[in-house]
Ligand binder design. Sequence first.
Ligand code: SF4
Length: 426
Amino acid sequence: MQTGDGLLVRLRPATGSLTPAELRVLAVAAERFGNGILEVTARGNLQVRGLTAADVAGLASAIGEAGIGVAEGVAIETPPLAGVDTDEIIDPRPLALALREAITALDSPLKLAPKLSIIIDGGGRFHLDNIVADLRLKAVKTDDDVAWLLSLGGTARPVALLDHRKVVPGLLAVLRRLATMGDAARGRDLDLEVIKTELAGGAYQPTGLILATEPAMPVAGLHTLADGATVLGVGLAYAQADAASLTALLRKAEELAAAEIRLAPGHGLFVLGLDHEAAAIMQGLAFSLGFRIAPDDPRNHIATCAGTGACASALMETKAVARVVVDAAPELLDGSLTVHLSGCPKGCARPSSAELTLVGAPSGYALVVNGTASVAPSAYTDANGIKSAFAHLGALVRENKDAGESARSCLTRLGAARIAAAFEQG
Ligand code: SF4
């Protein structure tokens, strides 16, 4: 797709994973055919930026020659550690594969919205509950089996609990209905009652249903799974890495004989197949290369879109403003809230609400408190005032926070009017 810095290529590995050598091929190709910037998106897709039309064939060849299979058709997403996460109720990948095969085998292809997404989540510590999807299947434990809870159009519209033998036909029925509504129809457009009736034959409501879910684990850090295996999570700073840094990291992964790389939602990647000592060595290198390596890295709590120079719609250099926020207002980045920096009201980096959202505007920046990038802002500042505006927000938390209180709780207690006043004081 065309963006402010040229063409952008987005891809998802067909198998959900890459070897370190395969990802290194992509990094080298991003340098050669693009502008050397790679991104992992909030949904865990890989993006190569800055290509011209003439470069695309070269990148495609490099991907083909490396034997990297790329997922095509409707997006079917599973958690980044699917099949590895020992807290999972079930590995969701066989169901994802069965659904893809069933869609491919249909006599007449379904015309679905290009951005339609289906999440199939086996649960576990690295679940996808906070990722929006048109259709979501979540594994739940029943008395003596596993069933799949179907939700539509977001995270909060459960519609049916499907027996695992009926889940693929059930999903196909929902997809067929979406296709009859036109190729722009999304999960949120479906009528809940109609779908409930349609799925009644394959749905059941057993007793003893267990639905408890903890918040998903942050990606960055050294994780020990219940079976003792070590997984290294590395985050890309502000969703991006330069090809040289990523190549250096992947060479070390190859040298240490890492088995697999999984792209992860939240702009990160997991390195699998290292023992604890080797993972710690690689973590040290990742830190020196500027990657996020720890759950308490303040950069974990800033969501940025591409920003000026990379998106034609942008009115904010989001990555530069992110660095200003880290320097001027570390008090905000204690992990209790997200600061969303959006180049325009579209809010690509975080479609859902954030406690603090800064939106690029023609004459400066607009601050939204507890909302999305598209809602009416509470305060404004010009470009020269941004550092001081965030310094005042940081001071507001520092000076008003009770002992042990989080930044989020403090700001909630103070209210939008105090927050807006502090921001505009800058
Ligand atoms: S939010 Fe706006 S500026 Fe940022 S990437 Fe999306 S369209 Fe571009």
